[in-house]
Write a protein that binds this ligand. Structure first.
Ligand SMILES: C[S@@+](CC[C@H](N)C(=O)[O-])C[C@H]1O[C@@H](n2cnc3c(N)ncnc32)[C@H](O)[C@@H]1O
Length: 280
């Protein structure tokens, strides 16, 4: 973040905006990577047809609906099923054989957006015969996204690319087995929907979630600064059982973080790591 003295006016306004949001709504964007935060605030200001960031602040302070609108820009609710198929293939190859040895499993998808990532994991676990013994938690700070995720309805025109991803991720059934056309979209199976518990949880302000064997947090840390990345990694480390697994997004890494020596790589290119046991 720019030094407060002689900072560009827009930077000052953004700092004030995120402070206002924190005090009014409890959402904490103060430690998000500034350059991308700024881009998204400016985009919101433009699309919401407001003359300045200060005007945007005025709006969100007085109008919860305006804040809900801004939140859609700040949280980047973009996802796909089996995004980066090689990640899911690596989970099947390197992680599933270990998960198979546990009688019961807890999996946490942090920053699940509209649900594509947890549904992908639910499908993978189902195919590997592990879904029945798994509790799958999926969390996010965006309520609108969580609501959509819970419905399990995705645009029909995404199914072609999701099917391609699924096949590249090692899926060998017909992907269309998992959904039916309903409500103008693809409605995913009740078994899958019921296997996921969606919940509101912030990596910026909340505590360790549950004891888990696998945490998948993809394309979320990229929006955080180093301090907040370390906070989130601390939550994952605290949440993971001994020798639990952590999966990150393709542009994210544990290298250079405060937790780099607390995990070992399982598949470095796929950003899958394993928590080191105590005393190692
Ligand atoms: C780009 S999406 C990634 C979705 C999915 N994980 C994927 O890789 O396709 C980023 C998600 O992180 C969520 N997010 C942002 N800040 C968060 C925070 N402090 N705690 C939890 N989730 C957060 C956003 O709401 C958004 O849904």
């Amino acid at each position: 973040m720019t030094s407060p003295v002689n900072a560009p006016v827009a930077d000052i306004e953004i700092r004030l905006l995120v402070e206002a949001i924190f005090q009014r709504y409890g959402h904490d964007f103060r430690d998000y990577a500034f350059a991308s935060l700024k881009r998204r605030v400016l985009q919101a200001q433009q699309r919401m047809a407001l003359p300045s960031i200060s005007a945007l602040q005025e709006k969100v302070l007085h109008d919860a609906e305006g804040f809900a609108q801004l939140l859609q820009y700040l949280t980047v609710p973009v996802s796909e099923m089996f995004r980066d198929p090689s990640y899911f293939l690596a989970l099947r190859r390197h992680v599933v054989p270990v998960l198979r040895t546990y009688p019961s499993l807890k999996v946490w998808v942090a920053g699940c957006s509209t649900g594509e990532e947890p549904y992908s994991l639910a499908i993978l676990l189902l195919e590997e015969g592990l879904l029945e013994r798994t509790i799958l938690y999926a969390t996010d700070i965006n309520h609108a996204s969580l609501e959509k995720a819970g419905q399990g309805i995705f645009p029909l025109d995404h199914m072609q690319s999701f099917t391609r991803n699924y096949q590249r991720a090692g899926g060998n059934r017909s992907f269309s087995e998992y959904y039916t056309a309903a409500y103008g979209g693809a409605l995913f199976d009740k078994t899958l929907r019921d296997s996921i518990t969606f919940a509101d949880h912030s990596l910026a302000t909340d505590a360790v979630f549950a004891e888990t064997q696998l945490v998948s947090c993809r394309n979320v840390l990229i929006y955080f600064n180093r301090a907040l990345q370390d906070r989130a990694l601390g939550l994952f480390h605290g949440s993971l059982a001994r020798r639990g697994f952590l999966g990150l997004g393709s542009k994210e890494t544990l290298d250079f973080s405060a937790y780099s020596d607390r995990f070992e790589p399982v598949s470095r290119p796929d950003r899958i790591y394993r928590k080191l046991g105590e005393g190692l």
